[in-house]
Ligand binder design. Structure first.
Ligand code: GDP
Length: 275
């Protein structure tokens, strides 16, 4: 099972993955936790952080936790993570979690490599749906509201109702599955079994209707083309003469001496005819 887990910083991803992981490992098997954090490349500091996260899981003999690869573009980081999934599975890890920060494009990358996409949300932040990227909600197969504990329970229930009604406005999912919304508390270990029952229901549903296999095939094809595209792009842009020509052509385009299209054609002509 490949499961993507996303949520904004502070949503409780580390805390939750720690308890989700232990829950999954109760049935035996092995778990690999991978991460995609685009910030680690841009800012050299990662949002997911290198503080000791997932305390219990990191000591578990059947768990493997790998931080985000830090080299390269989001595309490159995502491809490496996708390759790591294949490697981990070959090494006997039958459960894979891919964690990402719920702030941007990295969700799309994760979505393209997992079977189930779990969105962790928080309640009690005012207008619940504000600031949540619609695209991320649309990708979610399950939305879980964390920190439903103490005096936050009522707010979590309210947020649950709001998310449920918001989901009705979205088009039906490709899988035919209707995304569920649940409350839980990662810190106090409440409602974890229910979250996992939902995920079990999903897997049964998509295996029965054939969507599971179809999606895996589509993803395999997608990553073949992604890998080709990425390497073609790298080969092109790392050519020293292309680099030089690009600077020259860019200046000509910016000063209206040459059109974008003839400039592009000149660079490509050079690239394709070089010996
Ligand atoms: P991440 O940035 O998404 O990985 O979030 P963390 O797992 O680091 O959690 C952020 C903060 O929220 C920490 O101080 C946690 O102790 C706290 N937290 C996480 N889960 C819960 C929960 O279920 N209930 C409460 N009350 N606090 C939580």
């Amino acid at each position: 099972r490949r499961i993507g887990i996303t949520g904004v910083p502070g949503a409780g991803k580390s805390t939750s993955i720690d308890v989700f992981g232990l829950h999954v490992l109760r049935d035996g098997g092995k778990l690999a936790v991978l991460a995609i954090d685009p910030s680690s490349e841009r800012t050299k500091g990662s949002i997911l952080g290198d503080k000791t996260r997932m305390e219990k899981l990191s000591q578990h003999p059947d768990a493997f936790i790998r931080p985000s690869p830090s080299a390269g573009s989001l595309g490159g980081v995502a491809r490496k993570t996708r390759e790591t999934i294949v490697l981990c599975e070959a090494a006997g890890y039958n459960n894979i979690f891919v964690e990402t920060v719920g702030v941007g494009q990295s969700e799309t990358a994760v979505h393209s490599m997992v079977d189930f996409f779990l969105l962790i949300q928080l309640a009690g932040t005012g207008d619940e749906l504000q600031g949540i990227k619609r695209g991320i909600m649309e990708m979610a197969d399950g939305i879980v509201i964390n920190k439903a504990d103490g005096d936050n329970v009522d707010r979590a229930r309210l947020a649950q109702a709001q998310f449920r009604s918001a989901l009705h406005l979205f088009p039906p999912t490709m899988s035919g599955w209707i995304p569920e919304v649940l409350c839980y508390s990662g810190y106090y270990d409440l409602g974890i079994a229910e979250v996992w029952e939902m995920i079990d229901r999903y897997f049964k549903f998509v295996k029965d209707n054939g969507y599971f296999e179809r999606k895996r095939q589509e993803q395999a094809r997608y990553w073949m083309y992604e890998t080709i595209n990425e390497q073609l792009r790298n080969h092109f842009y790392s050519n020293p003469e292309v680099e030089r020509l690009l600077i020259e052509k860019e200046n000509r385009v910016l000063s209206n001496v040459q059109s974008s299209f003839t400039a592009a054609r000149d660079v490509l002509d050079y690239y394709f005819t070089q010996k």
